[in-house]
Design a protein around this ligand. Sequence first.
Ligand SMILES: Nc1nc2cc3nc(NCCc4ccc(CCO)cc4)[nH]c3cc2c(=O)[nH]1
Length: 380
Amino acid sequence: MTASPRPRFHYTVHARDGRARTGTLAMARGDIATPAFMPVGTAATVKGMLPEQVRATGADILLGNTYHLMLRPGAERVAALGGLHGFMNWDRPILTDSGGFQVMSLTDLRKLTEEGVTFRSHLDGTKHLLTPERSMEIQRLLGSDIVMAFDECTPFPASHDQARTSMELSMRWAARSRAGFDAGGDHAARAALFGIVQGGVYEDLRARSAEALQAIGFDGYAVGGLAVGEGQDLMFQTLDHTVPHLPDDAPRYLMGVGKPDDIVGAVCRGIDMFDCVLPTRSGRTGQAFTFAGPVTLKNARHRDDPRPLDPRVASPAAAYSRAYLHHLVKAGEMLGAILLTWHNLAFYQTLMAELRQAIADNRLDAYAEAFLAGYRGGDI
Ligand SMILES: Nc1nc2cc3nc(NCCc4ccc(CCO)cc4)[nH]c3cc2c(=O)[nH]1
């Protein structure tokens, strides 16, 4: 019996609890259980982890970055080496960010025009141009499964007028991204394209942006322009007046988020996908996430602590004491960064699995309340 062909992109909601949903995003390279957390693999690697180890933590999809890979090793070179999947030996879905956010956050010599953004590489100072069309071409060369529209992440704070002008540019770029993606031949036939809602913290602009994107038509909708310093309250308020304007039958992705309590609150507000460098970057700087809150292993209080980090989190780190991890971090030993990265990714995937189950059991509010009560600000 021939296996049914894999779908290009098919989102199914299995259960709802308030505004939250749990579902499956079926794609050519595999299924993604939502709500999902995407580990960040910026330079074609989830730092310090083999791909099979990332998969073992429960990740169904990774994030890659147009900006970093176009500069090094180059999109055409990655394409010649089997695309990002062949290059980094990850055969499941990869979502790639479109580059605009990274240009604005990593370079200072840049020029923004209607056409796109010219900038100098933070690596060697060479000059580059990113346009919606070139961003689509790069993401196609990478072999991305979920392509992000090329947008401008509106800085925070921004006046209503600044946010409107920025959002309107992003909407024109969204239309050009759609056309550029659709001209991508075979790649477009098996990948998906997400639009990105902008509009700062302004309800009217967010609603207009959501409507403009739906008029163009995308497979999924990201909420951009957040996790840029606005703080959790303003982020949640913005979600409260943005998510209702998004189509109910498409996945919603909150870019760059976030801390564990950010994710819990955003899932309760209807978000289905997340990415953040926090678990991996914190792991390398000696910080561990636990359900009792974050722990800074460098702190002397852990010097004689025989306990593992968190019995609810399964990873190789569970075989070691906090005292040993404290020692590794103090000594600057590689194994410290490796074990904490692994633990943190496993923590995030455990949190996502518990959120999916809580939604399925229609007890999300109770779960969220219990999580936040147990998750003290910790000592991070
Ligand atoms: N295309 C596009 N990409 C984005 C990526 C983002 N990433 C964020 N926030 C990440 C914030 C962030 C940065 C670093 C750390 C680790 C240590 O603090 C954690 C979070 N906001 C974002 C907004 C956009 C956006 O509008 N458009």
